[in-house]
Design a protein around this ligand. Structure first.
Ligand SMILES: [Zn+2]
Length: 263
């Protein structure tokens, strides 16, 4: 990994991260018909005073620091989520470069991980996983496999998608029959279908196990520290997405590989 490559990838990751912030803010509102906006129009503006941002206000991370975490017009605080998403996305892109080098595989996974990041934040905030993001993630995963960019053959990618959707659908249906409560949404099935297309069917077993355990632990922690009401709901998507991201980098060579092999 050369320094110019790393710099280029970090800058690209920050720019895409900045765009993800727009996606995270606007897509759920567009779907609910709450705002009359598209991804490109109107131009970026302060959510408090609605003043359109100046060009340099859109520079990732840097503008947050220069503006001292406040809107340049109305002084309303800028949420830490904006720089956090930019920073996290740049880190993910750099990880891809480090893991795969300057190769189309790195680029494919970088796009996939960016979609997973946006989905995680949206699900955490709204408990929705929009089709507008889960479907491209599925199709890009299948295409990447067809071009030999992922570790799974196209046949395994298709099976992964079907098994991912079907297994969660089955679990959710049984759970609903038994308890009368809805435990997971169709968005979770579609997200696991997409992850199955990227990682293959066998990888989904450790993925779901890890996501469930960590999700349950976070849920218990949120309840005992009273950050969440009793009977509250922890969205599953961020945990599925994180476990998928971990598998993207370390799915083939260590503990997961052996779990897969044993199963
Ligand atoms: Zn403002």
């Amino acid at each position: 990994m050369s320094t110019p490559d790393a710099l280029l990838v970090v800058v690209l990751g920050l720019i895409i991260g900045s765009f993800l912030n727009v996606v995270i803010y606007r897509v759920p509102r567009m779907l609910e018909g709450e705002i009359n906006e598209t991804l490109s129009l109107p131009s970026s503006h302060c959510p408090t005073c609605k003043t359109p941002l100046k060009v340099w206000h859109n520079i990732p991370l840097l503008s947050y620091v220069v503006l001292k975490r406040r809107c340049g017009f109305c002084q309303a605080p800028i949420h830490w989520q904006y720089p956090w998403v930019e920073f996290t996305n740049a880190c993910l892109w750099l990880l891809c470069l480090w893991h795969w080098g300057m190769h189309p595989t790195a680029f494919a996974w970088a796009i996939g991980l960016s979609l997973l990041l946006a989905l995680s934040v949206i699900d955490w905030q709204t408990t929705y996983l929009p089709d507008a993001l889960t479907q491209p993630l599925l199709w890009i995963g299948l295409l990447a496999s067809s071009w030999g960019l992922t570790d799974v053959s196209l046949q395994h990618a298709v099976w992964g998608a079907a098994v991912g959707y079907g297994s969660l659908w089955l679990v959710a249906s049984v759970f609903e029959r038994l308890t009368g409560k809805e435990g997971m949404g169709a968005g979770d099935f579609k997200l696991l279908a997409a992850l199955g297309a990227w990682l293959g069917p066998l990888a989904l077993i450790p993925l779901v196990l890890i996501a469930s355990v960590i999700g349950a632990l976070v849920g218990i922690w949120l309840q005992t520290t009273r950050r969440m009401e009793r009977g509250g709901y922890v969205p599953f998507g961020p945990f599925l997405a994180s476990a998928g991201a971990v598998q993207a980098f370390w799915g083939g060579g260590d503990v997961f590989f052996y779990i897969n092999w044993l199963l």
